[in-house]
Design a binder for this molecule. Structure first.
Ligand code: UDP
Ligand code: MG
Length: 430
C-alpha cells in the first residue's frame, strides 16, 4: 500500500525528546503514513533510543554519518530533508524535528484540507511553543498563530507546522535542481529559504488550530545562536552540546583537559554555550593540558601568573608575560587575587616579557587583552590595545561582567584606537 503522508524527522543529539517526537507519530488518528528518521550522526544515547522503533514497518532510518568538521558547511536539516524526499512515496510531505510533538489530529486535519481542496497545495497550522529551562520545567508557553492565507510566511511559520503536496516539491526540484536550499547562509532559518521557493508557486493556506508543540530547550539551536557574534573573542571558554570545554586562543579552539581546568583558574560560570557547527568551524589547536606548565610556548593567553617565590604578578597575552605594575593596576582592571596561577620559576623565566600593564591613568599606554570596558554607557572589549565596541546583549551571551565592567572616561577612551565591533548575527524572539 502506498502511504499517503511522508513524514521527515530530522534528528541530532536530542535524547530527551526524540522518543516523544516519534511516539507522537505513532499516536496519530490517521495511520496511512511513513516516517523517515534522518539522523545527523547523533550520539550513542540518541541512536539507542531511535533503534527501539526501527522494527516498525512504517519507520525508516538513515544516518548521514557526517563528520563534525563538515557540519557547518550546509544548513544540516535542509540537507537531510533533501536526502529524504527522493526516498519518500507519499502524496503529501510533512516535517518533524526531534524536539517537536505532533498533536494526534495533525496528519488527519491537514490531509483532509489538502485532499478536499485540490487548489490548495500548502497548509500551515498554529504551533504551541513551550520554553523549557535546564531542569526540564516549562518556563513559558506562547502560540504561533495563523495569519490567513500567506504569500510571505517567513518568520511566521515553523517547518514543523506545514504540509505540502509532492507535486509542488517536484515543481521546485524542476526549477532549482533540489528541494530545500541548504546554503549555510540560512543556518539560522533554513525554512525561510524554502518558503521563498514554495510561495513562488502557491501561498500558505491556514488551519487555525494548534496541531504541534515545539519544545525549546536550553540546547535548542535558536537559543544557542541567540546574540552570538560572528567571531568569538579570544579568551572565551566555550562548550557545545556534544563537545568538551574549549578555550578560544588565537582564534583556534584548544581543548581544556579537566585536570588543568582548576589549576589554570578557569571558571565554570564563564563557559559559553554555543552550537556544534559554530564550534567546529574553529581549527583545533594544541590542547591545554599539563604540558602547558612545562613548555612556555603552549601556555594559554589571558591568565594571571606568578612564581611561588616572588610577589610579581604577570598577565599572559599573545605568548608574552606582562608585568602588572602595582596593586592599583591590578584592581583597576578588576583582576581577582584568587585567579592567579602559580607556575614554576623555570616556566616564568622562559616566557618572554611584553609591555608593562600600567594603572588606569592619563599616562596609560597598554591595555590588558579581553577586559570589558564601559565608557559613556557603551561597552568595549580590549585586544591588542584596541577597544572593540561590543553590544550589551553580546557581552551577556559571552558571560562578560556587564554589571561590573572597568569604567573609563572619555579622556582615556580617546587614547586608544577602536577595533572591529563584536555584533550579533541574529536575535530570536525568546
Ligand atoms: N540538526 C541537524 N544537524 C545538526 C544540528 C541540527 O540535523 O548538526 C537538526 C535538528 O535535529 C533539528 C533541526 O536541525 O531537527 C533544528 O534544530 P534545533 O531543533 O536545535 O533548532 P531550533 O528548534 O532551535 O530552531
Ligand atoms: Mg527545534
Amino acid at each position: 500500500m502506498t502511504p499517503i503522508i511522508s513524514i521527515i524527522l530530522t534528528s541530532y543529539n536530542k535524547p530527551d525528546t526524540i522518543d516523544i517526537a516519534i511516539e507522537s507519530v505513532l499516536a496519530q488518528f490517521f495511520d496511512n503514513w511513513e516516517l523517515f528518521i534522518m539522523d545527523d550522526n547523533s550520539n550513542q544515547r540518541t541512536v539507542e533510543i531511535i533503534q527501539r522503533y526501527l522494527n516498525h514497518p512504517k519507520i525508516f532510518y538513515f544516518n548521514s554519518n557526517i563528520q563534525d568538521s563538515e557540519r557547518y558547511k550546509t544548513t544540516r536539516y535542509a540537507t537531510l530533508i533533501n536526502n529524504a524526499i527522493p526516498k519518500t512515496k507519499g502524496k503529501y510531505i510533512t516535517y518533524l524535528t526531534d524536539d517537536n510533538i505532533f498533536l494526534p489530529d495533525r496528519l488527519e486535519t491537514m490531509a483532509r484540507v489538502l485532499s478536499k481542496n485540490p487548489n490548495i497545495e500548502i497548509v500551515y497550522s498554529q504551533q504551541l511553543v513551550r520554553t523549557i529551562d535546564e531542569y526540564g520545567r516549562v518556563k513559558r508557553e506562547t502560540v504561533r498563530k495563523t495569519y490567513g492565507v500567506l504569500k510571505n510566511p517567513i518568520g511566521l511559520v515553523d517547518h514543523c507546522s506545514i504540509m505540502h503536496t509532492r507535486s509542488i516539491a517536484d515543481k521546485i526540484y524542476k526549477e532549482y535542481g533540489n528541494y530545500w536550499d541548504d546554503d549555510p547562509a540560512y543556518w539560522f532559518n533554513g525554512d525561510a529559504a524554502f518558503w521563498n521557493r514554495l510561495t513562488k508557486f502557491k501561498p500558505f493556506y491556514p488551519i487555525p488550530k494548534t496541531l504541534d508543540i515545539a519544545l525549546k530547550g536550553t540546547q535548542s539551536f535558536q537559543r544557542l545562536y541567540n546574540h552570538l557574534p560572528k567571531i568569538i573573542p579570544n579568551g572565551t571558554l566555550v562548550k557545545s552540546p556534544s563537545s568538551d570545554i574549549y578555550i578560544i586562543n588565537n582564534q583556534e579552539r584548544r581543548k581544556i583537559h579537566p585536570e588543568v581546568f582548576e589549576k589554570l583558574k578557569y571558571d565554570e560560570d564563564k563557559i559559553v554555550a554555543i552550537p556544534d557547527p559554530f564550534l567546529f568551524k574553529y581549527n583545533q589547536g594544541v590542547p591545554v593540558d599539563n604540558q602547558v606548565f612545562l613548555n612556555y610556548a603552549l601556555f594559554p593567553d589571558q591568565r594571571l601568573i606568578k612564581s611561588p617565590n616572588h610577589p610579581a604578578v604577570y598577565y599572559t597575552q599573545r605568548n608574552k608575560k606582562h608585568l602588572i605594575k602595582n596593586e592599583k593596576a591590578f584592581s583597576d582592571f578588576k583582576f581577582q587575587w584568587d585567579k592567579i596561577v602559580i607556575v614554576s620559576d623555570n616556566l616564568l623565566t622562559q616566557i618572554p616579557s611584553g609591555n608593562l600593564i600600567d594603572d588606569l591613568s592619563m599616562n596609560i599606554a597598554n591595555l590588558p587583552d579581553g577586559v570589558l570596558f564601559n565608557c559613556e554607557n557603551n561597552f568595549y572589549i580590549s585586544f591588542n590595545n584596541h577597544l572593540h565596541p561590543i553590544e550589551k546583549r553580546v557581552a551577556i551571551k559571552l558571560n562578560l561582567p556587564v554589571t561590573n565592567p572597568v569604567k573609563i572616561d572619555h579622556s582615556i577612551f580617546v587614547k586608544f584606537k577602536q577595533g572591529e565591533p563584536f555584533k550579533w548575527q541574529i536575535a530570536f524572539i525568546d
